[in-house]
Design a protein around this ligand. Sequence first.
Ligand code: NDP
Length: 307
Amino acid sequence: MAVLIMLNQVDPEPLAQHLKTHSDCPEIRIYPDVGNPEDIECVIVWKHDEGVLNDYPNLKLIASYGAGVENILSDPALPEEVPITRFVDDTLSDQMAEFVLGAILNHRLHLTYYREQQAAGQWREREYLKGMNVTILGLGELGSTAARLLDKNGYSVSGWARSDKNIENVTSHKGSEQLHDAVADADYVVCLLPLTLETRGILNKELFSAMKKGAYLINVGRGDHQNEGDLMDALSNGQLSGALLDVFSTEPLPEDHPFWKHPKIHITPHISSPTNRANIAKQFMANYNRLQNGVSLHHQVDIKRSY
Ligand code: NDP
């Protein structure tokens, strides 16, 4: 039996090397060198091509290389009954929290602005922005860690999820009926939601209008959370003062996309929290052994919820 690494846009070799450090690792195959499809018991996937997961009759586990699983679940030919796990990891959460704090500090302290002034040979001071209210959409593994870090740094933090949360010093909002209340006082709105039918396009003109004028958006969830036209309008009319976008509907962002040259958009290339290969190898091996022993898997995706 073998594990198949099937990663699009990511070099599979480093993951293979980390898996090999585990003495109990099964044989590793790297897509498209699959060999006999009947040998494949597990796959580790990222942005796979639709339908390919159906080629392995003995498949028992689909492990996502990342925390988000929308690319797996959107496959119309996904094999039924095969459990799907997602990547959950303290390092992933800590990196994301640090990135969110960094994005807020960069905006409040005008660091990018000063870099631009330097390029123009200008010496111009600006006052630090005072706004310290942050709302995080999605208070799961990543959102709750970011909320705690922001709280420690003196921010006033609110969050929004499907269920009530009890995180010290974090005001909890839940459900669609409380979404607008959740963002009403925010100076910064951070999207850390999974992409599902319910959350697709959630960063739209209704939500922007519910924010106070001049709020700043940080989208580190998924590109399809944002309605691009609504976002451009909200930036043009001043409803939003700016946006840091780490994720896009099409990645890499096409060369001619208007976001590239927009003065109020700060682009990062989906790097806010990269997967740590050693840790995903470790998580995969833990689940592989659980599978062999017939024990329930860690971080199994709830297909009904889509996350
Ligand atoms: P979790 O599943 O742990 O958390 C998801 C959160 O979103 C939960 O709090 C959940 O509510 C909430 N949520 C889901 N659907 C809804 C809804 N319809 N209404 C309100 N709240 C909702 O996910 P993670 O924190 O691990 O990851 C979140 C996302 O971050 C990933 O799916 C991925 O898209 C993105 N990501 C981005 C990365 C990057 O580099 N840019 C890196 C890693 C992840 P409840 O708690 O009540 O269930």
